[in-house]
Design a binder for this molecule. Structure first.
Ligand code: AMP
Length: 192
């Protein structure tokens, strides 16, 4: 399997770039944020559990998130590979992901981080909030809280992959196509 972690703060462009990679490399795209939103829409138990955290700009607890991710992975274990978008967001999630993949004799091939400055993230998210329908994109305080959570709990996950020697960074500023090209070049060098 070709398993990629697309990493970066909210608004870095992970979702947009994941969709392009998914088509070209015939990979499955798992966005934990999308799975939570779908569950909230369908009023499932998981959705009820996740909603209060998402509405506060906080991370959903690890046990809930890891349980959900395991189920999503198992649905797609026979695929060519997976793009993980928005997961792992804590070191505990990264460890759980390694254990899960190991159980299926596979591993993460590469983490690619999209680098974007805070000010640009806030601008992009407020713009996205105008038509994404996402409540957490409309409120600047909530956006700042999500970036804060990212810096506090998620940024350290990059070191986890650096230590494994499978971390790469790509500049997340510029046209969607130019950023996509950089990601593909990185993957060709590192992961295929
Ligand atoms: P996203 O769509 O990736 O921006 O995620 C939206 C929200 O879903 C986040 O602000 C978190 O509340 C929650 N979420 C998504 N993925 C995770 C994760 N891996 N761990 C914890 N919370 C998550």
């Amino acid at each position: 399997m070709l398993n990629i972690v697309l990493f970066g703060p909210p608004g870095a462009g992970k979702g947009t770039q994941s969709k392009k990679l998914q088509e070209e490399y015939e990979l499955v795209h798992i966005s934990t944020g999308d799975v939570f939103r779908e569950n909230i829409k369908n009023k499932t138990e998981l959705g009820i559990q996740a909603k209060q955290y998402m509405n506060a700009g906080k991370l959903v607890p690890d046990n809930v998130t890891i349980g959900m991710l395991e189920k999503e992975f198992e649905k797609n274990k026979n695929s060519k590979g997976i793009i993980f978008d928005g997961f792992p967001r804590t070191v505990a999630q990264a460890e759980a992901l390694d254990q899960l993949l190991n159980k299926y004799q596979t591993a993460i091939s590469c983490m690619v981080e999209l680098k974007v400055e805070n000010e640009e993230l806030i601008k992009r998210l407020l713009l996205r909030g105008k038509d994404s329908g996402r409540a957490d994109d409309k409120n600047e305080e909530l956006i700042k809280e999500r970036i804060n959570e990212y810096n506090l709990k998620t940024a350290p996950v990059a070191s986890y992959y650096k230590n494994k020697g499978i971390y790469q960074a790509v500049q997340g500023i510029g046209s969607i196509d130019a950023i996509y090209k950089s990601i593909c070049e990185t993957l060709q060098k590192e992961a295929t």
